[in-house]
Design a protein around this ligand. Structure first.
Ligand SMILES: Cc1cc2nc3c(=O)[nH]c(=O)nc-3n(C[C@H](O)[C@H](O)[C@H](O)COP(=O)(O)OP(=O)(O)OC[C@H]3O[C@@H](n4cnc5c(N)ncnc54)[C@H](O)[C@@H]3O)c2cc1C
Length: 418
């Protein structure tokens, strides 16, 4: 294991119960109870991912981590909780690196066919973002009617208390939830299982759950998160995603038996709401602000680099003296961010030499009357003023419609020689 790589096994600094901040993010209905993590879970849980500190690094470190990716190991073990995931999520979601940069650098050291699985997974990000470009705000509601009743609208709008408390009774899920709430990090497979528990076993509307997840995750991404929840819930796929205890044990290395999920797959054809998931609560996700009001900034008539929280690459536009990271307060009210995410944003704003400012869109447009802005294209910033630069993509924009990832992949994969 490279010194710089995230830990692959539970050690003192990755144990969920040792994290500062667990319980400090308003979890649970009243925001009072810390997640109940059983001693067994702590002993048996495999790697749950790095801590949040791992992501507050230098740009050179991000590049070194990209160069250290072993695509062969990634392909073999990516689905295992202690496998060779890249943990690049927060850097990609905030534009600190890009899918194109990752692919270009990895291909310098490895043959394209070895990179197949990595490039395939990177394509999921672009599939979700191209879908967002085309569907716009529609992605925030069901894109399809779910395959079987109950429909999303008939589902509970409040989350299972057991999920908010990290007390589902599925030991590795509870450990992964504690790690999410404390560190803002969760492995892809644990995300799938959690979403299945919330939506498909817990009969919950995916929308409040997706907002809660986006709040907690360091890599919370409007397109990838929203559309992944829809994919699990069956409103953006042909069937709902389910997993039983045996599947969870297989990919997490746990040995748990006798849980409410310890059933054969046939049992899911007619699965009653488990007792554990009956009590409900609203997720507490307070909108907190960081930075200074945009209106308190001194007026500039020179070009200003207008960044969003999705464009925090310190290497962007070094030719421009003044950089600001603008947070739209109306957007933030709809999509609050956890404190731990703010620390990440502040770190990378500092690395970019940018001041963090907030205000309304009207205030930004007013400022643009005197200050020329340049910014990057991004769907959540469509109404922002300024000269717009294209953002980087690994894959070309597909010419034909792509209602599914398979249709997307078929069109774009030849562009990278796959
Ligand atoms: C319910 C749910 C919610 C999710 N929410 C988010 C989110 O808010 N932000 C986010 O970036 N991803 C999200 N994902 C997708 C995926 O779980 C994460 O991208 C991945 O876990 C990030 O860890 P990694 O960088 O180690 O991934 P790796 O496996 O190392 O992949 C490298 C990169 O490829 C992209 N990628 C890989 N798999 C996927 C995928 N299935 N979908 C989209 N992109 C992918 C990511 O940018 C990722 O950083 C979600 C998945 C689920 C099931």
């Amino acid at each position: 294991m490279k010194a710089d790589q995230p830990p692959r096994s539970v050690g003192p600094d990755t144990r969920p119960h040792s994290k500062p901040g667990i319980g400090a993010h308003g979890i649970g209905a009243k925001g009072k109870r810390a997640p109940a993590i059983s001693a067994t879970a702590i002993e048996t849980a495999p790697a749950l991912g790095p801590t949040s500190q791992y992501f507050q690094c230098e740009t050179d470190t991000v590049i070194e981590r990209i160069d250290a990716i072993e695509p062969d190991a990634y392909a073999r073990t990516r689905n295992d909780l202690d496998g060779a995931a890249t943990w690049l999520g927060p850097f990609l979601a905030h534009g600190i690196t890009t899918t194109a940069e990752v692919a270009t650098r990895v291909r310098r050291k490895h043959a394209t066919d070895v990179c197949y699985r990595l490039f395939f997974e990177l394509a999921w990000r672009e599939f979700f973002h191209r879908t967002w470009e085309r569907q716009g705000e529609k992605i925030y509601n069901d894109l399809r009617t779910p395959p079987t009743a109950p429909t999303t609208r008939q589902r509970n709008a409040r989350l299972p208390q057991a999920v908010l408390d990290g007390d589902t009774g599925i030991e590795v899920i509870d450990a992964a939830l504690a790690h999410l709430l404390g560190q803002g990090v969760m492995h892809n497979h644990a995300r799938l299982w959690t979403a299945a528990i919330v939506c498909n076993f817990g009969q919950t509307d995916w929308r409040p759950a997706a907002r809660w997840f986006h709040y907690q995750l360091l890599d919370g991404d409007l397109a990838s998160n929203t559309l992944s929840w829809q994919w699990v819930a069956g409103t953006f796929s042909n069937k709902r995603y389910v997993a039983n205890q045996s599947n969870i044990n297989r990919f997490s290395g746990t040995l748990q038996e006798g849980s409410w999920l310890d059933v054969p797959y046939e049992a899911f054809d007619d699965f009653p709401l488990p007792d554990k998931l009956i009590p409900r609560a609203d997720a507490v996700i307070p909108a907190t602000l960081r930075g200074e009001p945009l209106t308190s900034r001194s007026v500039s008539t020179e070009t200003v680099a207008l960044r969003s929280i999705w464009n925090l690459d310190p290497r962007w536009r070094p030719d421009i003296d003044e950089h600001i990271v603008f947070v739209d307060t109306d957007w933030l009210a709809a999509w609050p961010l956890a404190d731990i995410r703010w620390l990440f944003i502040e770190h990378w704003s500092n690395r970019s030499g940018a001041s963090l400012v907030y205000g309304t869109l009207d205030e930004l447009c007013e400022t643009a009357k005197t200050t020329p802005f340049v910014r990057q294209e991004y769907p959540a910033c469509d109404a922002w003023p300024g000269v717009i630069e294209a953002r980087s993509w690994l894959y070309p924009d597909p010419e034909k419609p792509f209602p599914s990832f398979t249709r997307f992949w078929k069109q774009v994969s030849p562009s990278v020689g796959l």
